[in-house]
Design a protein around this ligand. Structure first.
Ligand code: HEC
Length: 131
């Protein structure tokens, strides 16, 4: 009898641990609700969005044709020096207001997704750090 109880408890424990694991596999929290301890990195999460093969902002925003210069290694300085960003206030930042998918003033062949836009917005709202 003790043994049966032990087995039951063992199975119970496995199910419990298994359910915790399952929780971690659920979709992540919406980006507008990101917990504060999840840091959005400019270098890792934001800057690469501007130089992707299929959504390449730098074909135009490359320091030659159109400001701001969004090339890797240039983007942060260009956004700061051009006055494009008000740290802590995405809605008041020209960069956010003019993003493709928000209010880019010319039609281009792609837009940022709502998730990408939200990520940039949250990064600005949280202080637009060069991290
Ligand atoms: C095909 C060329 C092209 C591509 C690709 C492009 N842009 Fe632009 N972008 C422009 C032009 C031209 C303007 C100026 C439009 C105007 O103000 O009349 C502009 C303006 C902007 C502005 C406002 C700049 C200002 O000084 O007013 C921002 C911010 C911007 N683009 C961000 C982006 C981002 C981010 C991407 C990529 C996701 C992107 N653009 C892709 C051509 C492009």
């Amino acid at each position: 009898m003790k043994r049966v109880l032990g087995i039951c408890m063992g199975i119970g424990l496995l199910l419990f641990v298994g359910s915790c694991y399952y929780d971690q596999e659920l979709p992540q929290a919406p980006i507008d609700n990101l917990p504060d301890d999840i840091v959005i990195s400019f270098a890792d999460d934001i800057e690469p969005l501007f130089s992707r093969a299929n959504k390449n902002c730098t074909q135009c925003h490359n320091g030659l044709i159109q400001d701001p210069d969004l090339r890797v290694g240039q983007a942060y300085a260009a956004l700061q020096q051009g006055g494009y960003i008000q740290a802590g206030n995405a809605e008041g930042s020209l960069f956010y207001q003019r993003l493709p998918g928000v209010g880019h003033r010319i039609q281009i062949s792609f837009e940022l997704t709502p998730e990408e836009i939200q990520l940039i917005k949250t990064w600005i709202d949280r202080g637009a750090e060069n991290n």
